[in-house]
Design a protein around this ligand. Sequence first.
Ligand SMILES: [Zn+2]
Length: 66
Amino acid sequence: MTNTTAVKDPVCGMDVETATAAGRTEYKGQTYYFCGSKCKEKFALNPAQYLGKSAGTPKSGHGCCG
Ligand SMILES: [Zn+2]
């Protein structure tokens, strides 16, 4: 049995498994996971922008790494 943890990509809002995340970064002691390098780069540019929003409705489309 694999034991993975699903977390939300803070940039695009999609679910990402920590074991298979394409990117990760640490910010203020917390580790964030991303679906792709594009989202990681966006987050790195302005983390507060993505963390300031409450996690609500994920964007439909997820055009960040397609
Ligand atoms: Zn993403």
